[in-house]
Design a protein around this ligand. Sequence first.
Ligand SMILES: Cc1cc2nc3c(=O)[nH]c(=O)nc-3n(C[C@H](O)[C@H](O)[C@H](O)COP(=O)(O)OP(=O)(O)OC[C@H]3O[C@@H](n4cnc5c(N)ncnc54)[C@H](O)[C@@H]3O)c2cc1C
Length: 302
Amino acid sequence: MRVKDPRIVAALPELGVELRPGTSLAELTSLGIGGTTDLLRITKHDAIPELLNLLDSEAVPYKFLGGGSNLLVGDHELPWLVLQLVSPDPDIVLEGRFAQVDAAADLGRTVTFCAKNDLGGMEGLIGVPGTVGGALRMNAGAYGMQIGSYVRQVKLYRAARRRLETLEGDQISFEYRHTSFAPDDMMLAVKLELPSKPYREIIKGIRICNEKRRASQPLGQKSAGCIFKNPPGASAGRMIDELGLKGLHVGDARVSDRHANFFVNAGKASAKDMLTLIADVRERVQKSFGVILDHEVVVWNA
Ligand SMILES: Cc1cc2nc3c(=O)[nH]c(=O)nc-3n(C[C@H](O)[C@H](O)[C@H](O)COP(=O)(O)OP(=O)(O)OC[C@H]3O[C@@H](n4cnc5c(N)ncnc54)[C@H](O)[C@@H]3O)c2cc1C
């Protein structure tokens, strides 16, 4: 989709928004799949209500992009704009055991920055790519922990009320890869409360998690992490593996040989290839185990 409306084009500089026309989402997502659209890069949180009112008044559809590490985006020209926050400098400010972090901040860098200041708890998130905003939306987690446990406050744009708001941690529910945020809420910043721990101890935990990832995940290949959520009490990867589906492929979309719940783009996979592979695996799991797998990957398809 192209921003053509002269009223919108003229307003963008004043709102601190940079327009990048015809951006390829394949280049902004870890799967390396996706068509093109205009990208709006937002530098001022305060301008967001005005920007979104303007887009809504002209009925221009849009989606929020974080680091693109949990997304499968459709092929060809996309029928909506993409909005992305630009990280301010600094994007993390510490105050005692609290870390005030911008949603555009890189998650891995946030974990190591806090570690260097003797704040731990998030060791399991090392190696989870993407932004802090994406991690909040997804309630990212691994190795027995999830980011939601440390959230004390979230600053967000609430589309339903068309205004910026601050929610306290106990007003938000964080479940396995699911949160109570509305689908059109836009996370802007978070206050985390983290346990004090000596740096040496945190680094030890980080190394263990890194080794576990290296041993089990196809880290050198293009993926979006796990494609399916684990059903209660079971492992999606184990079920797919038990069916002998590692290596199954549609074009260059392939079930990883290393981790059966990671589907990789081994070359020039299209969204259509990947969606066909996902539907095929889902159907085989349902037939054999009677379990309907839910997507963990977020699909943006026209
Ligand atoms: C190799 C690899 C390993 C991974 N391992 C893990 C793991 O161990 N655990 C885990 O939980 N995940 C894992 N993931 C998945 C992914 O990294 C996480 O889900 C991550 O938190 C997504 O963040 P992102 O910024 O990339 O979000 P994106 O992929 O950009 O977006 C994901 C969703 O969040 C929304 N979103 C993003 N930013 C905002 C915002 N500011 N406001 C509102 N909505 C927003 C998007 O609209 C979209 O719906 C892995 C991915 C890869 C590639």
